[in-house]
Design a protein around this ligand. Structure first.
Ligand code: BUP
Length: 457
């Protein structure tokens, strides 16, 4: 049987933080001679997603890209996070998938869906007898948390409690590190409450992580110490960014970076779906100026990029601050090629919200991190970065929007990480571990080849 007969279908949910790792994983299978079908929900929530998909489609015409047209949004519109509203629509539309899946040829060897779609897809893949895997788009530490969620959700905690979570090496965690959206009545909590008890019914999980960074959690899972009878985990990270991801980015910032000295620039970005309060953004501006370092800062004023396009930088930060910052850095209010920035030799530190893709991209390039978690899994990811010694985060800064952190404090924290030689050494060690995992004959190759062999048998 040739590898071509292994037919992989993938079904991501919403947002760049989910689409990007799906496309990266798709090319990993493609490079191992599998046939690929991507079932893509349309319309996308953001412009960034539709641009990336269009460039991806042109670069990989051999991948079968099938649009999955969603019904119109609920009327009257539901208020809340647009990504989670989209996930709700998707979960309610999965009954439309079976005719599409059964029409595929050759028949599917594996169906890989998003972690937000576990339960609705389980019944479908079970009926069609297709192996059902999930791509978990965050850390193995966060996966330990999600796997334990049914128990955690029914426990009563006080704000001062420390919570032990099997599989997290820096456990116990303060209650303040628990993702607030999971302990409040949110759509996201509903999804996880329904899905986490069903995780053991899947056939396996892909994780964008690697041994040198998360050996403790990975071993805890394989030893059955996190959850009994958990299906196998396939840590096939760090996912390699694709050339095509840069095609959507236009700002002429690489030539500016080329003019800076090695390791002298701090890069600031809070991911694709975090819009900070304007007063907080202004304090960040003051902080960057105070740090004395040159900087490259990606500003977002709205969660969804379509709504951000008409708003100018001066309106967000004020004319005076924008003028002052021109001497020391670039402030950009559009999509940038983050992986190109993080791989540039001038970048010496990353102020990050600790979204998992960003963390993996920093790991691949050995960039020290000043974590500033804003929501969701980000404090758990920041905890892992700190535990592994290549970054720090200031717990007193709270979740995004809880309080306004002053520029003096931000500037001093940036200076500290940029001046910290130990963080640089540790970040280079992490980079080495990351590169080893994806080298020829490394963990990633061995794992994916073994799985493909299993799917052929
Ligand atoms: Br903004 C921005 N360019 O301008 P995370 C983001 N990115 O390439 P998030 C750019 O988006 P979730 C930009 O490289 C990373 O691959 C970045 O994913 C890229 O955070 C991705 O870091 C952002 O996981 O998603 O967006 O908050 O909530 O799913 O973690």
């Amino acid at each position: 049987m040739s590898d071509e007969s292994v037919h992989v279908a993938m079904f991501p949910s919403a947002g760049m933080g989910h689409l990007t790792p799906f496309l990266r994983l798709a090319t990993l299978f493609l490079n191992n001679n599998c046939k690929l079908t991507l079932i893509i929900p349309f319309p996308t929530v953001t412009h960034a997603e539709s641009q990336l998909l269009s460039h991806f489609h042109s670069s990989f015409p051999q991948i079968n890209l099938i649009p999955f047209h969603l019904p119109p949004p609920p009327s009257p519109p539901i208020s809340g996070d647009p990504m989670f509203i989209r996930v709700k629509t998707l979960r309610e539309s999965t009954h439309l998938l079976p005719p599409l899946i059964t029409s595929l040829s050759p028949p599917l060897s594996i169906f890989i869906s998003d972690i937000f779609l576990v339960t609705p897809l389980l019944s479908i893949t079970q009926k069609l007898s297709i192996p059902n895997y999930t791509l978990f788009t965050s850390s193995a530490s966060m996966f330990s948390f999600v796997s334990n969620f049914p128990t955690l959700a029914h426990s009563k905690f006080d704000l001062s409690d420390e919570i032990h979570i099997p599989g997290i090496p820096f456990s116990p965690l303060p209650y303040s590190s628990m993702p607030p959206i999971l302990f409040q009545p949110t759509l996201f909590r509903d999804f996880i409450m329904e899905d986490s008890p069903n995780l053991t019914k899947l056939d396996g999980f892909f994780l964008n992580t690697f041994e040198a960074l998360e050996s403790h959690s990975l071993k805890a899972f394989s030893d059955g110490k996190v959850v009994k009878d958990m299906p196998p985990l396939y840590p096939v990270g760090p996912f390699l960014p694709l050339e095509v991801e840069g095609e959507a980015s236009s700002p002429p910032l690489i030539s500016w970076l080329n003019d800076q000295t090695i390791g002298s620039v701090v890069y600031v970005c809070f991911g694709s779906r975090t819009a900070l309060r304007r007063d907080q953004m202004r304090e960040i501006g003051f902080g960057l100026l105070r740090s004395g370092y040159n900087f490259l800062w990606v500003v977002k004023d709205k969660i969804v990029d379509k709504e951000d396009e008409e708003i100018g930088l001066e309106e967000v930060l004020g004319v005076e601050l924008v003028e002052r910052m021109k001497e020391k850095g670039l402030v950009i209010k559009e999509w940038v090629d983050q992986t190109k920035i993080l791989s540039h030799k001038s970048v010496g530190g990353f102020v990050s919200h600790c979204g998992w893709n960003s963390i993996m991209e920093a790991a691949l390039n050995g960039v020290p991190i000043l974590g500033w978690p804003q929501h969701s899994d980000q404090k758990i990811n920041a905890g892992l970065v700190e535990f592994s010694g290549w970054g720090v985060w200031n717990k007193s800064w709270g979740w995004g929007g809880e309080c306004v952190v002053k520029g003096e404090e931000i500037g001093d924290a940036i200076k500290e990480i940029m001046d910290n030689e130990l963080l640089k050494v540790k970040a280079m060690e992490i980079k080495e571990g990351a590169r080893k995992a994806i080298s020829v004959g490394g963990d990633c190759e061995v794992t994916i080849k073994k799985l493909i062999q299993k799917l052929k048998n």
